[in-house]
Write a protein that binds this ligand. Sequence first.
Ligand code: HEM
Length: 412
Amino acid sequence: MTDQSRCPVAHFDHNSPEHSADPIGSYSKFRSKHDIAWSEANGGYWVLAGYDAVFEAARNDDIFTSRRTPSGGDGLSVVIPKTPMHQHIPIELDPPEFRKYRKIVNLITAPAAVGRMTDMIAHYTTWFIDEVIEAGECDFSDIIGVPSIVTIDWLGIPTDEWRRYSSAHRATLASPQDSPEFKQAVEVDLPACSAQMHETIAARRESPTDDAISFLVQQSIDDRPITDDEVFSIVELLISGGVGTTASLVSQALVWLHQHHDARQKLIDDPSLLDHAVEEFLRYFSPTQALARTVTQDIEFKGCPMREGDRVLLSWASANRDEAAGFENPDELDIERWPNRHTAFGLGVHRCAGSHLGRAMACSLIGQILERMPDFAIDESKMQRYIRQGVNVGFRSLPATFTPGVRRSMSA
Ligand code: HEM
């Protein structure tokens, strides 16, 4: 039965097969009628689709909390429905508590820290391409291996089991919940990854080295040492927040470049255009489509009667296509668009902590693919998108061919 006190009401579900078939079209239809509306799906939630609404809500943590609350059940508070999992820090905290942790995370993700990772990122990108360059064919969805191995190496987790991390992330993002891959990920690989993270945290507490986990275990919160559990909450977020998103950005950009030869040639001729192109790929593809908050008190927000405990979806993807935000021809991808105030990394205090690392990995991958596989072609008849595209968009399969090249003799 429709809840008469929540209006306007829209027929919308970001987890539905209809939405997944065409997320951009689905949001565009939504925005043609509303900036904000209530949906009865997923137990009931507000959908914020207009740029202004998303902008204001994301910057108001007093009203729109990221904290875990009883509304919507147990689990990760920033998705609808909530997914049962260990609390993630700092994404599930509000200021002032939030700031104590975010300032620590900022120290390992700031531009200077990412600058020190340049050689490592280039090394793994080269290795990924070396593995396939002689064959002249590959599956570009395997690109998820690069952010996986970069992230776990940076953190200080042993890299010999990196495949477990990438296959677990790909399966949870891309495979049906009743598939053997999903079962393997949830029942075997993710618990094994968690165990390895716990072991590494304990080992670095005992004898620190120069990796990111060693840095984290030596920090203090309120004049007491940070706990292993808190470090785990940060480390798990750094891995789950960065691996699939970066792979999604790169693979979607490659499909678009396969379809747009002039733009591809322009980037090959002038790689200095890549930085702005990546910002536009972020806006246009929004790898993280939408995340959630919970309303803390009864309020009227932009004319909508919200109640304490209401769940709210902030659609970064929809805001990124809102012409009212000043994006000229928002449904056109212009690799030279600038300025580009996109929302793909979120807005407000929770704006992505890994944005510099995500950009660096994306530039390295797209740059080297254009340099070493300039004529790549994707078999569109065989490419497969993620089954659910409400939160993460991307490809589970992306077969490509290219003129074979030579290795640069790198091993992972
Ligand atoms: C293209 C790549 C990426 C995209 C599109 C992306 C997207 C986002 C978005 C939309 C948020 C906002 C969350 C919110 O408001 O609730 C966020 C937060 C976050 N991201 Fe990213 N991300 C990317 C790469 C990364 C990488 C590489 C890392 C890890 C190094 C990372 C770590 C984080 C963390 C820790 C947060 C939480 C920040 C906080 O709560 O203060 N992300 N990301």
